[in-house]
Design a protein around this ligand. Structure first.
Ligand code: FE
Length: 239
């Protein structure tokens, strides 16, 4: 007697639902934290921002993190096999998140002008964090555009008891944007009924709307910076 039945055998159409028919807004209900994953490759300190971390086991602690295959940090972590993960506290400045979230370690020294320490031969971000986790990659799972790294924890340290930052807080309070490389990225629909002039930051996706801001984008001073990622006006395009 067959005990398990694949429900899709009866209606194959269920799994062929087109992605555009999905209500992707439902994914916004999933909770995440805010982390910076760092490693070392050929003596170069690299790292990037992630929100997809979860604890897999507790007795012999194992965690999982998900990184975009195109990220330079992903390539480095595949080679180094060791990483540190700093857990950001709620009062961490958005400039720190932007630095690790929107730029590549390939051409940016993300560790310049921030607090970090070398611990167990790894660069660990120690600024505005609740604590850190250091571990060894024991498995890498290939999932389309991303890799899930399974990490056996070797060292941990609690730095403060401050409230850790959640992804919801980052979005709602800091008005942060999700990088298009994040596993949780949901493409925003362009508002086609807008008549005001709007400009989009090509680095982080922030939109400057002349009507909302009261000052025309063209009239902003030349040293004006994107409020999310900090780049200049030259990185904006008219939409
Ligand atoms: Fe920006």
């Amino acid at each position: 007697m067959e005990v398990f039945t694949n429900i899709y055998n009866y209606n194959y159409d269920i799994i062929t639902i087109k992605e555009e028919k999905m209500d992707t807004q439902v994914f916004n209900n999933i909770s995440y934290g805010m982390y910076i994953v760092t490693t070392k490759n050929n003596n170069k300190n690299v790292g990037c921002f992630i929100n997809t971390l979860s604890q897999v086991t507790s007795k012999k602690p194992v965690i999982s993190i998900t990184l975009n295959k195109d990220n330079y940090t992903t390539k480095c972590l595949k080679e180094s096999k060791y990483c540190a993960i700093s857990i950001l506290e709620e009062k961490a400045p958005k400039e720190l998140i932007a630095k690790f979230g929107y730029f590549s370690s390939k051409d940016t020294d993300k560790f310049k002008d921030i607090q970090w320490e070398e611990i167990k031969k790894l660069p660990v971000v120690t600024e505005n964090i609740c604590g850190y986790i250091i571990g060894k990659v024991i498995n890498i799972i290939d999932v389309n555009t991303h890799n899930i790294f399974i990490i056996e924890v070797e060292t941990t340290k609690q730095i403060s008891t401050n409230t850790p930052m959640t992804y919801k807080y980052y979005h709602e309070v800091l008005k942060g944007k999700t990088s298009s490389k994040a596993p949780t990225y949901i493409e925003e629909k362009e508002e086609t009924n807008k008549t005001s002039k709007r400009y989009k930051c090509t680095i982080c996706g922030y939109i400057y709307d002349d009507e909302v801001e009261k000052i025309k984008f063209e009239d902003l001073p030349s040293d004006w910076k994107c409020p999310i990622c900090g780049v200049g006006k030259d990185k904006f395009i008219k939409i």
